[in-house]
Design a protein around this ligand. Sequence first.
Ligand code: ADP
Ligand code: MG
Length: 695
Amino acid sequence: MLDALFRPRGVAIIGASTKELSIGNVIIRNLQTYGYKGNIYPINPTAPDVRGIKAYKSLGEVPGEIDVAHIIIPAKLVPQAIEECGKKGVKAVIINSAGFSEMGEEGARLQEAFLANAKRHGVRVFGPNCQGIINTDPSLKAYCNFTFTYPEPGSVSVVALSGGVGALIMQALFDEGIGMRMYASNGNACDLSIPEILRYWADDPGCKAILLYTEGFSDPMEFLETAREVAARKPVLAMKAGRTEQGAKAASSHTGSLAGVDIATELIFGKTGILSFQDEEDMVRAAKAFATQPVPAGNRVGIITNTGGPAVIATDVLVAAGLEVPKLSDASISRLKATQLPQAALENPIDVVATAGGDQFRAAVEVLLEEEGVDSIFINFVTAPFTDTHEVARQIVEASRKGKKPVVCNFMTDLTQERYRITMEILKDGGIPFYATPTAAARALGALARYGRLRRRDIGRPETFAGADAARARSVVLSARETGRSVLSAADVYTILESYGIPVARWKAAGTPDEAAAAAEAIGCPVVLKVDSEAIDHKSDMGGVAVDLKDPAAVRSAAEGMRRRLGSHGDLKFLVQKFHPGGRELIVGASAERGLGHLVMFGLGGIHVEVLKDVVFKIAPVTRVEACEMLDSIRAKTLLDGVRGQKGVDKDKVVELIQRISQLLADLPEIREMDLNPVMAFEDSVVAVDGRIRI
Ligand code: ADP
Ligand code: MG
């Protein structure tokens, strides 16, 4: 179906205008200038022709078939125009006009009205309030868009909700000399969605990589499922804006506030294998490498340079991007010795020195292509004035064509000089991605390598642990809901955790100081005494936690003290718990995310969690691989392995606990927020000693 939109054979412009700087004129000019191979049908009630093309008073008069109709008329006329499109058999409309859901209620009603007409006639709607599409395919050259960049044909397709950013990316690709395949900017996206476009491009053999710009998704789950399929088939490079710093707002739950404003999109990228970028320049430069180069099979890079310092900078950036700069094999070194100048440094980086010519560069590239210990090649090429730089470029191009390893070049020169522009053209025509600085080039190769890692990673399937008592947990939640409680009691929380085999400190609820003393007796000292009140979020802040109580008498008097001090919080109840000293305090939490189920959080816990904020998130369900990644991605990960004589923690048990929480969340969608803080982690065990659940 999207063929009609992206490969239209006939395009009508409803609202075609003879006024030069109007959208209804610019779109026709773009189609003409770009060399559209199909038929253009301006629709205008009075003008006999627009931009020299015969115009029609109405769609009905158009003799030929129309695949796409641009609609550029006042919003209130759009429903009727779509009705006419339906009658004419138009397959898709691009509504450039604004004045719909982005303008409030009245606009939203108009949008609903035209959508109903479109659905009835089977007309697909792109937009409204959007730019349109471009297909650079030389056999079609469809520029159904009012922007101004005329892209060269290429293999990178761009989709952006925001027309402004879409145009920015398109222009940046153009400036970098990167060809584009298709372009789509769908504004309000009331019908045709980004997931649908992504699926279409996944099937487009002419598209090697997709660039995506988004500000979030109306249906995150739909996007997640599509992204999983598409990213498995071709590279999707994406950027999400609106990464606002998490506000310092004091939310009741750690997980809720630590998750910040919208991290979900970023997490979807991570889960589905989309390569995410922090800024558009980086993303576009990376696209230049993806457009021509293969994905490296591993992280090891061989560096060739004809100047020292820039290779040092490049090495730093490459290593920071997760690449390794390994030693070369003896065989490679002796081959280099035979081919390089006497002053050359025959290691990695290979310094071919400034006087190196095409032969030396060629030999070095060939050695690295054959070197088994290297997966990618980074070239620093400064146009030394005493060398034949064209020849160097030619040899780099020719040699790299013979291999299956990506080659990325830092090309340092003066492009105001004709001579070096020619050198540059040789690299460009040869498909070698080149950049003006070692950092930019190294980042681009870093992105290729990062994508390679994503490709090789298999997160596996979520595990289901036998013996979980979902029914018991569910009945706890239901009875809390029936009694109108949204924050569960400690007893409820521990019961739910125990139902899923999550180890919790031995506990007993107690209504009075005497009962607390008896509970301590039963559990066995030392114990911890805590107040148990839904009204209190942070018990220790108000003196509601007494640790390391050595005998029942101490428990009784601690409980009496709490009653005296905290009595105002209703009739105070207690929880007595086994004391588990000396563990590493971790936090495992969850929060419900609109349209996406739960996010699971892991990090350093205890009472300083808000200060350290050393936490990471994943979208549930969390697989074993993902849980391991969580442990690996907190800043303080080395603490988990043990430092300075302190013991490490049982990581397998932590990983299992995260997975069990994930299973619990899948069964209990009612849970809005949940925190186990802390989970005490020891060398050979883990145990939750505090839990909070809000439904
Ligand atoms: P809150 O988070 O409401 O202040 P917690 O139950 O988490 O209360 O207790 C606060 C701190 O007391 C914990 O971070 C931990 O350091 C310590 N603590 C609580 N319970 C235990 C326990 N059973 N064993 C060891 N330390 C505990
Ligand atoms: Mg706590």
